[in-house]
Design a protein around this ligand. Sequence first.
Ligand code: GLU
Length: 446
Amino acid sequence: MIDEKLEGVFAEVVARNPGEVEFHQAAREVFESLGPVLAKYPELADQKVIQRICEPERQIIFRVPWQDDHGEIHINRGFRVEFNSALGPYKGGLRFHPSVYLGIVKFLGFEQIFKNALTGMPIGGGKGGADFDPKGRSDSEIMRFCQSFMTELYRHIGEHTDVPAGDIGVGTREIGYLFGQYKRITNRYESGVLTGKATTWGGALVRTEATGYGTAYFTREMLHARGDSLEGKKVLVSGSGNVAVYAIEKVHQLGGTVVACSDSSGVVHDAKGIDVELLKQVKEVERGRVSDYAARRGDATYREDGNIWEIPCDVALPCATQNELTGRDARTLVRNGCVAVAEGANMPTTPEGARVFLEAQIAFGPGKAANAGGVATSALEMQQNASRDSWTFEHTEHRLADIMTGIHDTCHHTAEQFGAPGNYVVGANIAGFLRVARPMVALGLI
Ligand code: GLU
């Protein structure tokens, strides 16, 4: 429920951003946590900090024309929403997916403000992308698209201004093509302008693994706070992209067993535990589907259009995309004895699903806390680029693990302090909000 003092403010956000349902959803979730904050700090209401946070500092929408391998011309729409720079340069990924429109970019950018604040690193919040579908596109088509995209984007970004990275549909390959074009246009080798670079030319070790690893670490911390551990736990990880693959790898290293993963076509159930090396081969090297994994893994079963959340488990990690886990799925998970859920993706649980988890009092880690390891390691990449240094895998992973424990503890303490013990949604929203709100007041009305 939104506090009555904030109802009008929220109604205005909805009215000012018509049709952007994902943005409304992300904003509502934060608004629902903020009542007690304004009661405690009325100066933040006087300064209209919430209203200011909800209005992006700058929004860029642009045409991205490109030619496919047969010479046919395509026109896509590119976006960059520079949401908030109170803590540092705008920071956040680029998503290439046909579902991308302003409402998706704004929900992601809004989440990113609080997520980035929670990491404790000096980064503001932003997000971008295009309604481009990379599925089935050749390497050269991807390259031409990235070059066209950057030909507009380059004038808006910079290591001290706005630092994009990857998200769905954008990985090391795309970051390479984007950086190449940026370097060519600007005649600057400005390593810190993009993160998620390959480790052969300025990328940080652990960045590829960081979001998934971080989600597994966050899960470990939530279980630890309840006197439990990942040891022997049966785990579901939806998705099979970069976040999912490395969440699976780290869960296995921490003693759990991931018995299923998925993609947009179906679900693979592998009771012996997912073979991460085979999954990497299929997904990263061959750019294949989980059905290809199932075909090569004797005992695994593949179900087209299956629902992963129906498989009994102790822990669920939604790592695919927004609103993939519904109220019905949440009730199934709770009924099957699931004790912890951590969001590796951004907003994968519907509001009803989140309510079910909170009412059942299972450990529920929202994305802006549980998947912050990716962007935190991007900030570590920026740090290495700025000092022209490169750290070892061990050192970087150690930093990541510390950051995730820190985020967990911050959310845990904040929830307790505001009268909602064990509620990581309230903890993450309030802690993230306060970290941005205070510098916004300090910097004056800008
Ligand atoms: N796209 C990722 C996220 O949702 C990473 C962003 C970044 O590294 O800048 O946090």
